[in-house]
Structure formats: structure tokens, C-alpha cells
Design a protein around this ligand. Structure first.
Ligand code: GLN
Length: 575
């Protein structure tokens, strides 16, 4: 089998498994997609890790794209970038946030990647003239990748989610491979969790178990009997229903876990714990069930149900992006939530349409903070610049992310440094002042992402800056996904005009963070801090933004004659 070494280099080794100590949990979905299979998978990881077990987590996407880098975020949601620069499915973002563990390059497997490896090997002649087939060559490649990810993480338990819905043509090689895993690794070392939906139908709004029965039958047709069923439902399942499902699906009634709708996904780890999900898994795998350490999640749950403060954070993006697909900015939205949780607050996001430049100042009037997130393409750029100007001039706390930094630099160049017509060459190649440009060396940086700077890069944080105050560290690692940079030719001019470059690449060539001195909170990063924020460990830039937003709210209300206690009262009444 092949083995992944630290640093992502893949080496070949002989099969069968050296990972017999690893137990495998496969999570499949039935009935319909989007019923929270990814979150259930992530929660299981959280609960096992909370018991001191080492886990690995992996997502299988049965589509033909080799990775998510080329996929349209409108159709598929955000592209999540891992530490080593893999462009992956947004579910991996959920995994990292819930499990609080960085994922490696083998954490996302697509049909495209699997076939590409097999076909490349066939072209090299590695199969010695044999006929290359789905079984065993594709299925072996899939199993090798599953084991390699477990091995790389030295996992006690490897959790693998199969994307799509059982019965899909394209997931068949994967379901066949995971069926075989039970023979390879042994009955006690492999188990299957199936997530289904219990719909409400008919004039009497009855809960129906039939789709679940069909879905389990479909699974059993391909040789897999689920050990645990998670039934997504709006209402609690009666014992009678559990017994019925148990009988038809050949599953013990206490292995049927109710996946009740939660108000917030971060309530789910503790909810699943109370349902005994992890304990059932451990029992089936014959592993000890130590008491879990869930104090961080209990605190999250408590804050979610009774936040001390509330605030409104403006997110200024292209209208179509958030209207058609809220998942486009999912990591940013989640990070705002984390920053709020760290401040015992609840944040409401106000989506601001960057294409309505004229209406922006008014839209921002009732907001406590502004975020301009990353993006590609010219649409909405002038509106983003306008929003940033408003934040800069009015002391509105501002956080710019990637394109958010670039637009902040353009705004400063034009309106403060007097560089008329300053722009990014991404949007105007003819600009007289290309303050944002693609650097020559950038073009050769990384084959994988073409010309993109992808994954974690070190950044030196300048002393006595807001950035240093936020991070409390002088060298940080943050994840990138962009082509353009602040043009080094303009660093000095911009600094002379008052812009502080508070984070740079260690060789000082690239500006990684900028900020302003005479402003309560104005900071932007060329990287994407949202990829590293976690609910139980919020990213400092988001914690800082929310704290600044809350402070502004308090200051404003005091100016308007309300005392602090009245404001809390006000918050409660809004709640
Ligand atoms: N379009 C910009 C670039 O490529 C910003 C990218 C981003 O925000 N992720 O540099």
C-alpha cells in the first residue's frame, strides 16, 4: 500500500495493512443529500478525540474533479484550503473546526484523483500487462488511500465519510471498497454508520420510516449492514418507531440515534454525546469508553443558548454569491461565530451587496463591524472599496481578508496616499498605480495551483502593532489562496502616507498584514485566517474584531445616554 509521510510525500509500501491497530468507521448517507452527514462525521471525531483517542478523518467525494480547486463556489460552496495547500471540499472545514485538528493532503479523495493515480500507473507499465479493472485496481487504490490517511495520523480510529447518497452510480467503487475493508481488517475493526432522513408527509404530518428502510435495503444489497443508524428528524422518535426501524433494518433499537434538528450546529457534539453516539461506536469497536473532556463544547452550548451581548457584523460581498449560495463564505461566517463565542456574544451577519455602491454607507449605519472577504473577479470591487472608506473614516471596526486587504490598500492608495487611479492589475492592467500586482516569482511558485500561492506560509509580525497585540506572537503561520500581492514597489509610498505594514513574509518582501494607527480596529490580511479559526479556539483576528465591535456599540450607546446595564437590558430585549 502507499504510505504518506509527513510533508505529504507519498511512498509505496507493500500490503496488507500495517495499520491493524486502527479501527475504521465508515459514514454513508441515505434518502437525500444535505442531511448533515458531514456534521455527524465531524461530531463523532470530536467525541472520540475528547476521550483521548487519536483519530483521522477523511472525505470521499465521488465526483470526477481531481480536487475542489477548479469547482465553482456558487455551485459547490467555498473551497477550503488545508495547511499544506490542498484545495478541498468545504466539509473538511467542518471537520477541522469540530475536531480541532489540521487535516493533511490525503483527507480528501475524489474519483478523479483515484482514477488518475491508477491510469498513471497503468501508463508507466506498473500493472505488467494485466487488465486494469474497477475491482481490484480501483478498489485497492481506494483502500490504500484510506489506510494511508489513517497511518499518517497514527489513528486509533479512522473516520471516513462517503459523499453522495447510497445507490448513486458514481459511489459504487467506494462502497465496494469499504465493504471489502471488513474482510481485510476484521469484523471487530470496521463498522458502518448510516445517516438517513425521517420525513414528515401527508395531511396528518406523519413521520415516515419507509425511505430509511429502503435506503438500508440498498446498502445491504451491496453487502453492507449498518451498525448504527442516525435518523434525522424534526420530532423525537417514539420507541414504537425505533422498534419498527430496528426490525425492518436489522439493527438493535439502541443503535438508532435520533438526529434531532438543532438550532445551531455547535450544539450537536454535546447533543450526540447525550444520545450515546460515541459510546455505541466504541462498544461496537471493542474500545474502552473513557469519560470525554467536553468542557469547551459545554461552554459553547451555554453561550449559544444565553449570549451576554449581541452585535451585527456586515459582510460585504457580491450579491449573487450569498443570495444563491450562503456556503460561499462558510468559513468566514463560522469564524465570526467563533469570535462572538469568545466574547460571550452572538453575532448576526448582515449581507451587504457590494454591487450597490451608492447604498453602502446607509447599509453600514446599523452595523458594529465590517468584514470584506476574499474573492475573485471585478464585480463589486468598487463597492467594497467604498465600504472600506466608510469604515476607515467612521471608526467602524474592519477586518479585510485577502481581496479585503487588496481593496483596503487600493482605497488607501487612492484616497489617502493620493495615487489617483490606483488599482489591482487583476481588475485594471492599465492602471497608472498598480498597487496590487502579480509578482514575477509568483508565477513559478506552485505547479499544483498554477500561479496561486496556496497553503500555510510564515509571517513575521511587527512589534507594537495591533497585529502583535492580537496574536501575541512574532511569527505566525497562515493559509493563503491568491495570485496577487501588494506591489513591493509601493510599500514605501504607502507607509509614508501612514499605512502600517504590520505583517510581512520573513524576508520582508511581501506584505501579509496591514493596519491603521488612528483607528479603533482596522486590520487586513493577505491570508485567510478564517481557515484556522475553531469554535472552541477562535482566531484572534475575529475575536479582536468582535471585541472592537462590542466596544463601539457600548461607546455609542453611552454617547446616546444609555448606561451599560441598560444596554445589556437592550440586548436581552432584542433576544
Ligand atoms: N483575486 C485576488 C487574488 O487572486 C484575491 C483572492 C482571494 O481573495 N482569495 O489575489
Amino acid at each position: 500500500m502507499f504510505r504518506a509521510k509527513a510533508g505529504g510525500k507519498i511512498q509505496w509500501a507493500s500490503r496488507p495493512s500495517e495499520t491493524t491497530m486502527t479501527k475504521y468507521v465508515f459514514v454513508t448517507g441515505g434518502v437525500v443529500s444535505s442531511i448533515g452527514k458531514g456534521i455527524a462525521t465531524a461530531c463523532l471525531g470530536t467525541l472520540l478525540k475528547a476521550r483521548g483517542l487519536k483519530i483521522s478523518i477523511q472525505k470521499i467525494d465521488p465526483y470526477l474533479n481531481v480536487d475542489a480547486g477548479t469547482m465553482n463556489p456558487h455551485q459547490h460552496g467555498e473551497v477550503f484550503v488545508t495547511e499544506d495547500g490542498a484545495e478541498t471540499d468545504l466539509d473538511l472545514g467542518h471537520y477541522e473546526r469540530f475536531v480541532d485538528q489540521d487535516l493533511g493532503p490525503l483527507s480528501n479523495m475524489t474519483t478523479g484523483a483515484v482514477y488518475r493515480s491508477v491510469i498513471e500507473r497503468e501508463r508507466r507499465g506498473d500493472y505488467l500487462g494485466n487488465t486494469v479493472q474497477v475491482i481490484p485496481h480501483i478498489t485497492d487504490e481506494i483502500k490504500d488511500r484510506i489506510r494511508a490517511n489513517a497511518l499518517e495520523n497514527d489513528a486509533d480510529v479512522a473516520i471516513i465519510e462517503i459523499g453522495g447518497t447510497i445507490g448513486d452510480i458514481e459511489s459504487l467503487p467506494f462502497t465496494e471498497a469499504i465493504r471489502q475493508m471488513k474482510m481485510d481488517e476484521g469484523f471487530d475493526n470496521v463498522m458502518y454508520v448510516h445517516v438517513t432522513l425521517i420525513p414528515f408527509v401527508g395531511p396528518k404530518n406523519e413521520m415516515k420510516t419507509k425511505p430509511t428502510q429502503h435506503s438500508v435495503r440498498e446498502l445491504r444489497n451491496i453487502g453492507i449492514t449498518p451498525d448504527i443508524l442516525i435518523c434525522r428528524t424534526k420530532m423525537p422518535l417514539s420507541n414504537e418507531m425505533k422498534n419498527k426501524i430496528a426490525m425492518f433494518c436489522d439493527i438493535a433499537p439502541d443503535s438508532i440515534i435520533e438526529g434531532l434538528d438543532a438550532e445551531h450546529i455547535y450544539q450537536l457534539p454535546t447533543t450526540f454525546e447525550r444520545q450515546g453516539f460515541a459510546s455505541r461506536v466504541l462498544k461496537r469497536l471493542q474500545l474502552p469508553d473513557n469519560p470525554p473532556q467536553l468542557s469547551g463544547w459545554e461552554k459553547v452550548e451555554k453561550t449559544l443558548s444565553a449570549p451576554q451581548h449581541r452585535l451585527k457584523v456586515a459582510l460585504c460581498g457580491k450579491y449573487m454569491e450569498h443570495a444563491a449560495q450562503p456556503d460561499t463564505y462558510i468559513s468566514v461566517v463560522e469564524s465570526v461565530e467563533h469570535g462572538a463565542l469568545a466574547n460571550e456574544a452572538s453575532a448576526e451577519i448582515k449581507w451587504i451587496n457590494a454591487e450597490d455602491k451608492e447604498g453602502i454607507a446607509q447599509e453600514l449605519a446599523d452595523c458594529d463591524a465590517l468584514i470584506v472577504p476574499g474573492g475573485f473577479g471585478e464585480r463589486g470591487v468598487e463597492g467594497k472599496i467604498e465600504a472600506i472608506r466608510h469604515a476607515r473614516e467612521n471608526g467602524l471596526p474592519f477586518l479585510g481578508l485577502c481581496l479585503g486587504l487588496q481593496t483596503a490598500v487600493i482605497e488607501y492608495a487612492r484616497n489617502v496616499a493620493g495615487l489617483e487611479g490606483a488599482h489591482s492589475t487583476e481588475f485594471n492592467p492599465e492602471t497608472p498605480h498598480p498597487v496590487i500586482a502579480m509578482l514575477k516569482e509568483q508565477r513559478t511558485i506552485d505547479q499544483k495551483g498554477g500561479t496561486m500561492r496556496l497553503g500555510a506560509y510564515p509571517c513575521s509580525v511587527m512589534s507594537n502593532t495591533l497585529a502583535e497585540k492580537m496574536y501575541g506572537e512574532s511569527l505566525i503561520l497562515e493559509r493563503h489562496r491568491h495570485r496577487f500581492e501588494v506591489n513591493p514597489r509601493y510599500h514605501r509610498t504607502l507607509e509614508a502616507a501612514g499605512l502600517v505594514i504590520s505583517g510581512t513574509s520573513p524576508d520582508k518582501r511581501l506584505a501579509e498584514m496591514i493596519e491603521l494607527k488612528d483607528h479603533p480596529f482596522f486590520i487586513a490580511s493577505q491570508f485567510h485566517p478564517e481557515f484556522k479559526s475553531r469554535p472552541t479556539r477562535a482566531h484572534p483576528l475575529f475575536t479582536g474584531l468582535i471585541a472592537a465591535g462590542l466596544k463601539r456599540q457600548t461607546d455609542r450607546s453611552q454617547r446616546n445616554g444609555h448606561g451599560v446595564s441598560e444596554i445589556s437590558e437592550l440586548h436581552r430585549s432584542i433576544a
